[in-house]
Design a protein around this ligand. Structure first.
Ligand code: ADP
Length: 161
């Protein structure tokens, strides 16, 4: 059985993240969305809020039973070991993502050589979407309908306006 972890801060989850998750579901038997507590980043939403938003979205998806959402506050490689996962999935948008992602995958490989990182390129229509830009656009009263699902938009409006 193939199992993958898709980690991130997801503050909040966007259509770009969801595209990666849906594509991962067609490639792996089980996808674990690992939501980082993210103490190094000042998150807009608490871990509980970020988990709840993702759970609301995936409820009712076909193949829903193959996806789970979990928070973590430890080394990602330790989370992978706890869940018997050997593959970390990351999305790549632009060359600018590559440098950080390459370094991160090298560090993880060094910490746990048996765990591999795989990358999926962002779908063209999503390559410019990031959680931080969506928050910025929302804060400035821009239209975010094309970037996040309705429940995430509602939470963003509640927080930022
Ligand atoms: P992190 O703080 O770990 O970078 P993010 O929530 O920003 O967490 O991103 C999680 C993962 O999703 C990263 O691999 C990131 O490159 C990827 N990602 C973010 N936005 C998109 C997008 N629009 N399309 C594809 N992948 C994306």
């Amino acid at each position: 059985m193939s199992r993958v972890v898709y980690p991130g801060t997801f503050d909040p989850i966007t259509n770009g993240h969801l595209d990666i998750i849906q594509r991962a579901m067609s490639l792996f038997d089980e996808v674990i969305i690992a939501v980082a507590q993210g103490q190094h980043k000042q998150t807009l939403f608490s871990l509980e809020q970020r988990l709840q938003m993702i759970e609301t979205i995936i409820q009712g998806w076909p193949g829903e039973s193959c996806v789970s959402v979990r928070g973590f506050d430890c080394l990602l490689v330790d989370f992978c070991q706890q869940h018997q996962v050997k593959i970390i999935l990351r999305g790549l948008r632009a060359v600018s993502d590559f440098e950080y992602e390459f370094q991160l995958s090298g560090m993880n490989k060094n910490l746990h050589p048996e765990i591999e990182t795989l990358f999926l390129p962002a779908t063209e229509k999503n390559h410019f979407i990031s959680s931080s830009l969506v928050k910025e656009v929302c804060r400035m009263h821009g239209d975010i309908d094309n970037f996040v699902p309705a429940n995430v938009k509602a939470e963003l409006l509640r927080k930022l306006r």
